[in-house]
Design a protein around this ligand. Sequence first.
Ligand SMILES: NC(=O)c1ccc[n+]([C@@H]2O[C@H](COP(=O)([O-])OP(=O)(O)OC[C@H]3O[C@@H](n4cnc5c(N)ncnc54)[C@H](O)[C@@H]3O)[C@@H](O)[C@H]2O)c1
Ligand SMILES: [Zn+2]
Ligand SMILES: [Zn+2]
Length: 361
Amino acid sequence: MKAAIFREVGQPLEIEEIQISKPGPREVLVRTAAAGVCHSDLHFIEGLYPGQSPMVLGHESAGVVEMVGSDVTYVKPGDHVITCLSVFCGHCEDCLTGHMSLCASSETRRTHEEEPRLSQENKIVHQFANLSSFAEQMLIHEHALVKIREDMPLDRAALIGCGVTTGVGAVFHTAAVEPGSTVAVIGCGGVGLSAINGAAMAGASKVIAIDMVDSKLEMAKDFGATHVVNGNNGDVVEQVRELTGGGVHYSFEAIGLKATAEQSFSMLRPGGAATVIGMIPVGVKIELMGAAFLQEKKIQGSMMGSNRFRVDMPRFIDFYLQGKLHLDQMISKRIGLEDINEAFADMKTGTVARSVIMFDH
Ligand SMILES: NC(=O)c1ccc[n+]([C@@H]2O[C@H](COP(=O)([O-])OP(=O)(O)OC[C@H]3O[C@@H](n4cnc5c(N)ncnc54)[C@H](O)[C@@H]3O)[C@@H](O)[C@H]2O)c1
Ligand SMILES: [Zn+2]
Ligand SMILES: [Zn+2]
């Protein structure tokens, strides 16, 4: 099958033929229908997060089940699924207390002694995030997918696989935004726009979108932003304070920068909570005003929107089909696998919400 391979930091991905193994007892072979290009993939290409090589990136996808292992009863060939990197073991402390997105069990992967899921001329090709979606097929643990209704278009379903679950989940689960509260979201990519959409669904009284690209701020209004701030025009924190009379109840950082993570904390009202969704590069520290803790300001991280994806994702599909979740506008471009490097170049300009790779089999 064809896959986009990461070999070296800073180098373009290469489209090559690789081999995929057969499902083990609890594994599922999925034919990839669509895969979104998320900024997290770019962090690994740029070396801001360490990755193994060679590796097939991609982790935001939907597809159709092709073959299942001998012990799999949850899905059968022909079922439509969304994949999720929050693969859960189902019996560790995190899983049993409802924090499945924190499960770190290795038992959902193959061991070094087993044949690798992906290979090329008998040499291992590493799987990214237990998924590797930039490929025509994925071989994954049965706990890395959710079955979905078949009237859901698979390209929009793919977005739910990461960006939507991350952004909406950060609002619903990690921060638990209440109706009437005020929200600011810094960064209006696929993740930030989803957080804005989530805040609007949660009934926030003000949703302030912040970005440096005007076209993104226009998009943000379609996703539910009531106010927009362009980071190029003056002090972002001051403007948020002015718009809210002293700061927001909830802020979300959806970029992955030290400066904007610090802004997310500075723009809180007393008692407010900042949620950092963006992947701050490994080794980077963020600095906060210590005295602000006397005002009970909080800052926290969020992994994949603190999801319980087998519950959340079918609900998000219902929200989309009811017109509440705006996934049509989120797809800026539909591309082929061979256009993947251009999608990353586009991402760096900040002008696209999501590029989605379509696999036409
Ligand atoms: N925590 C998680 O589980 C998780 C999951 C998915 C993605 N992420 C991370 O979320 C972040 C966002 O992902 P994405 O795919 O939406 O990215 P993206 O590149 O599509 O969007 C980033 C947006 O931020 C804007 N921006 C850049 N610098 C800015 C600045 N200084 N001030 C204001 N706006 C600025 C850009 O114009 C763009 O609109 C990334 O760091 C990604 O790795 C985290
Ligand atoms: Zn992602
Ligand atoms: Zn677990």
